[in-house]
Design a protein around this ligand. Sequence first.
Ligand SMILES: *[C@@H]1O[C@H](CO)[C@@H](O)[C@H](O)[C@H]1NC(C)=O
Ligand SMILES: *[C@@H]1O[C@H](CO)[C@@H](O)[C@H](O)[C@H]1NC(C)=O
Ligand SMILES: *[C@@H]1O[C@H](CO)[C@@H](O)[C@H](O)[C@H]1NC(C)=O
Ligand SMILES: *[C@@H]1O[C@H](CO)[C@@H](O)[C@H](O)[C@H]1NC(C)=O
Ligand SMILES: *[C@@H]1O[C@H](CO)[C@@H](O)[C@H](O)[C@H]1NC(C)=O
Ligand SMILES: *[C@@H]1O[C@H](CO)[C@@H](O)[C@H](O)[C@H]1NC(C)=O
Length: 789
Amino acid sequence: LPSNNLKWLSNLSSLKYLSLEGVDLSNTGVSLVIAFNKFPSLLELHLPACQIKSLPISLGNVNFTSLLILDMSYNDLKFPLPEWFFHLTSLRKLDLSGNFLGGPVPREFQSLKSLEALDLSFNDLSGRIPKIFGNFCNLKTLNLANNQFEGGIQELLGGFSSCPNSELESLDLSSNNLKSQLPASVGMLHNLKYLNLYNNDMSGSIPKSLGQLSELVHLDLSFNSWEGFLTEAHFTNLTRLKYFSLGKVFPRPTLPIPLIFNVSYEWVPPFKLHKINIGNCKVGPAFGAWLQSQTELVFVKLDTTGISDSIPEDWFLKLSSQVEYLDLSSNQIHGKLPLQLKLPNALLLDLGHNQFDGPIPLWSGDNVVRFKLETNSFSGTIPLNFDQKFPKLEFLYLAENHLHGTIPPSICNMKHLYTLSLRNNNLSGEFPKALSLLPDIMVVDVAYNSLSGNLPSSMGDSGSLFMLKMNNNNFEGEIPFSLQTCTSLRNIDLGNNRFTGEIPPWIGSTAFLVSTLILRSNFLSGHIPQQLCNLGYLHILDLAHNSFSGTIPKCLNNLTSLRIFNNSFYILYLAYDQQTSVMRGRELQLNTSLAYVKSIDLSSNRFQGEIPQEICSLVLLNSLNLSMNQFSGNIPSKIGKLSQLDTLDLSLNHLSGQIPQSLSSLTFLSNLNLSYNNLSGEIPLGNQLQALPDSSIYEGNPFLCGFPLSTKCSEDGNSTPKDPKDNDNEDGNEKFWFYVSMALGFIVGFWSVFGTLIVKKSWRYAYFRWFDNIKDKATLFLRRLVCQE
Ligand SMILES: *[C@@H]1O[C@H](CO)[C@@H](O)[C@H](O)[C@H]1NC(C)=O
Ligand SMILES: *[C@@H]1O[C@H](CO)[C@@H](O)[C@H](O)[C@H]1NC(C)=O
Ligand SMILES: *[C@@H]1O[C@H](CO)[C@@H](O)[C@H](O)[C@H]1NC(C)=O
Ligand SMILES: *[C@@H]1O[C@H](CO)[C@@H](O)[C@H](O)[C@H]1NC(C)=O
Ligand SMILES: *[C@@H]1O[C@H](CO)[C@@H](O)[C@H](O)[C@H]1NC(C)=O
Ligand SMILES: *[C@@H]1O[C@H](CO)[C@@H](O)[C@H](O)[C@H]1NC(C)=O
């Protein structure tokens, strides 16, 4: 619609209803509103998403005071609003959501007392929620979501409940910074149907009066820091409740016990929910009658609830026809699942991280995208006809169970599969040939099984592979050349197998995004190819325990990621790491800090020649292990430049000459081993080296002297030998530095991610919401990133 000529409008003087939704009024906006001045009978005006930046300051004689409904949502309005705006005293509905209204709500709003619906969501409003809103006794709907409001809601609710007859039906305060408790006066809002406090900072116990809200249909209390108990009284009259969400209750450091459901096993609630979302909140140990009675559920998310019961088969059967989302992950639920189940509407089935046993259930669902049974005690074989049961499956997680037998080739008929995670089972036989042809497969994780034979020569033909984890199996033969088509490969772990041959040169020429390359403990040989130096994202290179020979290429200083901090990389690593390790306290911390490890391990090979000085430019390196090789010559003199190094193992080589003085400047160094070389001269003095008093790290170097060795240096070393300290002290010192380095590792690895999440609330929620929603979509997210690259 051409917006530059709306003059024709002004002739429609009897107009009662006008909507110009989505018309670009960025130029005409002001004059248009002036034109409305001529519509005395206008009742409804809808101008959402019209790119209006401001309103005229003066309208002279305002004459659309009869206006009942004004929708100016998703424009670019800012405060202050002109005075005439607040003379629209007949307004029943006002929608200013999605603008740029910032700061406190102006007092003038109090003149809009007749409002029945007010929507100010998705703005930048701050300060306390004005108590004047509580005096809007006609208000049925109040939406203040996604602002920066802080403080409590005592006054607001107090206002509403002192109205002679509060009409309030819908109250949305989600995604603000509200603190304080939920006041008991909430129970007076007896018409309330919808209450959303999602994503605030509210704490304290949830008042029992909530149970009086007999009209309540939708209750969302997730992402707050509630504590205390929820009892039957909290639900007494909630007969209409359909949606109940209490996901992710954040424990506070001072009060680490999250909210606890204290209802009796026999209690049957008055409601039949359609959606239940409870997370990180103690519901168990029993899967009580109240949960069993919920048989109309469409959306079920009960993760980390401490349920350690079995679930009646009946419940699954009753849910099966309608359920779309079923997540019971991270509990201790045991027992068997119904063997057969048709789930025509289901999209996601996540029963991971429980104690289910028995065979893998033969469930089926034409729409199921994710099927997750990882970390349970399922046994038996992988069903042969998964492809027919779940024709649209994208994510299959059967990792960490007790499955045996082979990987059925029929899995390859699942053309949509992105992620196949079978790690840590007892699977044997060969890797199915056709699997390598899956068009979309991105993540293959079959590590820690007993698979054997050669990898199919067509492996990776489709080129979509992103992560290939086949470590700790019995695979043999050469690393297939076909993988060279996988230009997106980032993570290759083929360690602890029987692979032979050389490092394929495509690693670094076609697959140059590789960030983790683990080939340790195989029978590989040959030189490190020059192409390896093209891996600008490489942060873990582990070639240990093979028969590699030759020298370390000097071009190693081209490994940019070990030299220059690259933030985007970490996000990437986190994303795919989370696929295999669900958030389980410490484990996540470990995995997260793993994302930061930058290491090179060439130990136990036949490398020789000098350690190139270029290695000293990899200043972000945390760990360097060149032990058990035939390196000769001096330790590079600039080794002190590797300031992040905490592990340096050069033991069992033929290194000679003095230990460079710069070594003593490595303040994080906590694991040093220079034993069994032919180093000579005085061990350098320096804070950190002094703190490594274990003399065994220098042993087998007959010409070394000085602390902590008992060999004193001779006069020409012009230094006075140190008194060896007593043993207790040494132990204490060692432990001290061990803990310091642990702590540093923890701080660097853990807090640089989670620290910011805790400090910056908006990030925190963004992260956890992202985590919640995208946990499994991570590969899609990664795919997008890869495409961008
Ligand atoms: C304002 O509206 C009234 C009727 O509601 C009408 O009589 C009057 O002329 C209008 N004034 C202007 C300035 O349009
Ligand atoms: C939990 O409920 C039981 C009975 O239902 C009651 O005896 C007990 O006091 C309750 N505990 C708390 C802390 O409310
Ligand atoms: C290393 O990088 C330089 C420039 O950054 C480039 O000219 C050279 O070819 C690279 N060498 C290898 C072996 O990748
Ligand atoms: C270095 O590698 C060797 C051989 O793989 C291993 O025994 C040693 O423990 C490693 N050193 C460190 C400090 O991890
Ligand atoms: C240092 O390396 C040698 C040889 O590999 C080993 O025997 C010794 O235990 C290591 N010392 C420490 C403290 O790790
Ligand atoms: C070890 O170094 C000393 C000099 O520091 C040298 O005399 C000796 O030959 C070296 N031994 C070996 C086996 O290289």
